[in-house]
Design a protein around this ligand. Structure first.
Ligand code: FAD
Length: 511
């Protein structure tokens, strides 16, 4: 892996693209949009992870679904071309890339399809697979005072990109991942066919595409469930010194009925130190808040835990109603009483909170440097072991960014979808958001991720990688487990020549 990383990171001969291929394809396509071959590496050959770089043949900017279908059909008439839909390129390990293939810039279709619908009295929005979630939010709230129910923490991600994985954040315990909040998709399959699918129509393609890592089709339109958008959010962080108390409270909150819990539940681990990025100063929500370490219990270990929760409310709710609702919930929890931080922010400000982190990181030059991130789903049955070794020992000094951990409920995920989960009703998502300056340390951090995964395997922990990245067929088989044969059958039905999403490295292009 490390040798391979070194080779890929240092590839520089970006502009030697076989022009002949591009002009032949371009002529035969008759696109409404455009096709480019020069100077495309910056967009099509890189991603947010910054670990891989490959050379595509061309970047296509389609005007809509028809263009995308033509590109896929044209690729299918060649013996070797692959096609990668590129959402916003926020993958870590080259998943949206196509080495020697065609990259489709889905953002060029982002304005398409936007339409509000009411079905059986409930609101839905039709959006392009290339739309950014932040734009979906802004348009739905400003035009209709409605919003999708389930989010990711960061919203400069495309609808098709997150639906191809799952899309999780602190609302997923109640509504499931984003994949559980769409009722219809329009998809261009690997055969170049434009197909509308749902739970009742072409259902195998519908569930296949959800969490399908882009393997079965390119999502060009999604129908997303909406709910009334609240005006405001009470955003709260509560500190714990004991992992068992943190998980008990987090699980208590995610298993209560709507109306008897918070609207958002997440959490993170931080170093028990004054380190400005990894330690106590990373907890307060407002510059006026002070984290006074005097309140940390004597029994605390190398790391501490923070439960992050939020409650929605409206301008016309009486302040005492909010105070009462918050205090009732907080009095049941076992956090360190004096380490409790609260702010009121608008709903939009809350959902766009990571945009501020992005602005800050860009100013510090760490947004564009490599991000060897790791995302794992760990079963409740294995989470104490994981904490004891990974957080308390391996990562006790932090990772240069947040280390998220919060519980999710399997029953909110439809097991007909392609995404695979660890056993048990409650499992945790663990996310290591490493921010590192450029340099040799990146390889060490990739190796540390690998070490964590290998340790999980060796100790028999019940886990699955989220946003998985594997090199070998054996690893993919193990990842999918019992679902592998279903995944292969779906590939055979919808993309038999393995044209789509080659950057996932699951299947090889055939003739
Ligand atoms: P890309 O990286 O462009 O594509 C991802 C994969 O999907 C590729 O294989 C690509 O070919 C395929 N694809 C893209 N568009 C389509 C389409 N329309 N149809 C079919 N296949 C397609 N994830 C969470 O769940 N929760 C989070 O809170 C979260 N926060 C994040 C924060 C940051 C800062 C970053 C960088 C990532 C975060 N992610 C999170 C991960 C994110 O969901 C994935 O990386 C997602 O794939 C990125 O979306 P994208 O639009 O950039 O997709």
């Amino acid at each position: 892996m490390i040798a391979c990383l070194g080779r890929i990171v240092h590839s520089t001969d970006a502009d030697c693209i076989p022009e002949a291929d591009v002009s032949t394809i371009s002529q035969s396509l008759d696109l409404q949009g455009s096709i480019e071959s020069g100077g495309i590496m910056g967009v099509a050959g890189k991603d947010f992870g910054g670990l891989y770089s490959v050379k595509p043949v061309a970047l296509i900017k389609p005007s809509g679904t028809e263009d995308i279908a033509r590109v896929v059909k044209a690729a299918s008439r060649t013996s070797h071309l692959t096609v990668a839909a590129r959402g916003n390129g926020h993958s870590i390990n080259g998943q949206a890339m196509a080495d020697g293939g065609l990259v489709i810039d889905m953002r060029s279709t982002e304005e398409n399809h936007f339409k509000l619908l009411t079905i059986d009295g409930s609101p839905y929005i039709d959006v392009s697979g290339g739309a950014l979630w932040e734009d979906v939010l802004k348009r739905c709230v400003s035009m209709f005072r409605l919003a999708p129910r389930s989010w990711t923490d960061y919203l400069s991600l495309t609808v098709g990109g997150t639906l191809s994985n799952a899309g999780v954040s602190g609302q997923a315990f109640r509504y499931g991942p984003q994949t559980s909040n769409v009722t219809e998709l329009e998809v261009v399959t690997g055969k170049g066919e434009i197909t509308v699918c749902s739970e009742t129509q072409n259902s195998e393609l519908f569930f296949g595409a959800l969490g399908g890592l882009g393997q079965f089709g390119i999502i060009t339109r999604a129908r997303v469930k909406l709910q009334p958008a609240p005006d405001m959010v009470r955003w709260i962080r509560l500190v714990y010194s004991e992992f068992e108390e943190f998980t008990r409270d987090a699980e208590f909150l995610v298993t209560r009925e709507e109306g008897e819990s918070f609207d958002y539940v997440e959490g993170f681990v931080f170093s028990n130190s004054d380190d400005p990025i990894n330690g106590w100063p990373s907890v307060p929500l407002d510059p006026d808040h002070v984290f006074n370490p005097v309140h940390i219990p004597q029994s605390a270990g190398s790391v501490l835990y923070c439960l992050e929760v939020a409650l929605h409310y409206n301008h016309n709710d009486h302040p005492s109603t909010i105070e009462t609702a918050v205090s009732r919930l907080l009095e049941r929890l076992g956090f360190v009483r004096r380490l409790n931080f609260q702010v009121n922010v608008s709903y939009m400000e809350f959902l766009l909170r990571v945009k501020r982190v992005e602005e800050h990181a860009k100013a510090n030059g760490i947004w564009d440097s490599p991000h060897p991130w790791l995302n794992i789903f760990v079963s409740k049955s294995s989470i104490v072991d994981f904490d004891r070794t990974v957080f308390k020992k391996m990562l006790k000094d932090g990772v240069g960014g947040p280390m998220l951990i919060y519980p999710l409920l399997r029953s909110k995920w439809d097991d007909r979808m392609s995404v695979v989960l660890p056993e048990g009703e409650i499992f945790y998502i663990v996310v290591l958001l490493r921010f590192v300056p450029k340099g040799p340390s990146v390889e060490k951090l990739v190796a540390q991720n690998q070490e964590i995964v290998e340790w999980c395997i060796k100790k028999g922990l019940e886990f699955k990688l989220y946003l998985p990245h594997y090199q070998s067929n054996e690893d993919w088989k193990r990842h999918f487990g019992k679902q592998w044969s279903r995944f292969v059958e779906r590939k055979f039905s919808f993309d038999p020549m393995a044209i789509l999403a080659p950057g996932q490295r699951i299947f090889k292009r055939t003739h």
